[in-house]
Ligand binder design. Structure first.
Ligand code: DAH
Length: 344
């Protein structure tokens, strides 16, 4: 009988001491298992005198019940502890700072392109596109630059084969659009895009750069319309109060041709280091579409006229944001690109 009491108190102690479900399981096997200590007490009963058996049996049963009850209670306790330990371990501290994702910014050239598109869309223009791998026909022939024309030297060209090249100017798209219109007017569009020239890269030259072409064809279109349009663009791009001036120039596809200066946005035309003291900065080439270009593209140059211009996007961006090296646009140094966050 004492042995039963002893086994029982050992068992209860072992159960209480078990710190996790594994240890508890061990204790169960030791005491409650088929070959466990309580079972072996049962076997000892056989050896007892008959009259002692009932009391002994009863006591072993009570012992078994109590140990089982203690085991179940401890199982429940330890399971609960295990769950809360797991929850504690998996707790997410929402006050911890997370990893910051680096999000890209709009490229400054795209910003200028979008600003130009917006301002012309606002005036009812459409935006046209064309291929960067272009035919000689559109890049040169229709633009009044036949083979052997000296103007071909002005634009060192990447040729793919004798008739295929990387377009050297967005004027190629102007020619595609003129041809597509089949003599119908009015035409009012811009064509922004990349262009390529066989230049050595330096602070002001890049073998790949961007232009935006503008084209308006209709009845009674004059140089004054061109001037008003470009003045509006200069004010929108460089701030109110900009003036523009035309200087005579030469392009094979326009007659007359002009180079267009904008009054220096840095000194308001007074003269500074950016405008080299002149108060003016050259921003683009333009002119009245050459009658021969209109005729080659199926327009009656007696009945309609048009103006065109081609503006360098890098040039506008460099002026607007004070960038002194064109290569910055193409190196893709994140520190440079990030600076344009605030303009976006
Ligand atoms: N295509 C010229 C260039 O790349 C720019 C240009 C000048 C475009 C006059 C025009 C224009 O449409 O009328 O230098």
């Amino acid at each position: 009988m004492d042995k039963i009491t002893e086994v029982q108190s050992q068992a209860l102690e072992a159960i209480a001491a078990a710190q996790d479900l594994n240890a508890l399981q061990q204790a169960r096997i030791t005491y409650l298992g088929k070959k466990g200590l309580i079972q072996s007490l049962m076997s000892e009963m056989k050896a007892l005198p008959k009259e002692e058996k009932p009391a002994f049996g009863q006591k072993v049963n009570i012992c078994k019940q109590e140990v089982t009850a203690a085991f179940e209670k401890r199982t429940e306790e330890l399971s609960r502890l295990a769950v809360s330990a797991k929850l504690e371990k998996e707790k997410i501290d929402i006050t911890l700072e997370g990893d910051r994702l680096t999000i890209g910014t709009t490229h400054p050239l795209m910003m200028i392109r979008e600003q130009i598109e917006d301002l012309f869309l606002g005036m009812g223009y459409t935006v046209a596109e064309g291929p960067e791998v272009e035919e000689d026909h559109y890049n040169f022939e229709l633009a009044n630059i036949p083979k052997d024309h000296p103007a071909r030297d002005m634009q060192d060209t990447f040729y793919i084969d004798p008739n295929t090249l990387l377009r050297t100017h967005t004027t190629a798209m102007q020619m595609r659009e003129l041809e597509k219109a089949e003599g119908r007017t009015p035409i009012k569009l811009i064509c922004p895009g990349k262009v390529y020239r066989r230049d050595d890269d330096d602070a002001t030259h890049s073998h790949q750069f961007m232009q935006c072409e503008g084209l308006v064809v209709g009845e009674h279109i004059t140089l004054a319309d061109l001037k008003g349009t470009l003045e509006y663009m200069a004010n929108r791009m460089f701030g109110n109060g900009r003036k523009i001036r035309f200087r005579p120039s030469y392009f094979p596809f326009t007659e007359p041709s002009v180079e267009v200066d904008v009054s220096c946005p840095f000194c308001n035309g007074k003269g500074c280091s950016v405008c080299k003291g002149s108060g003016w900065i050259e921003i683009l080439g333009a002119g009245m579409v050459h009658p021969h270009v209109l005729e080659m593209n199926g327009f009656d140059s007696e009945k309609c006229s048009g103006f065109a211009f081609g503006v360098g996007i890098e040039r506008v961006a460099m002026l607007k944001y004070g960038i002194d090296d064109i290569r910055n646009f193409y190196i893709n140094d994140a520190r440079f690109l990030k600076m344009f966050d605030r303009f976006d």
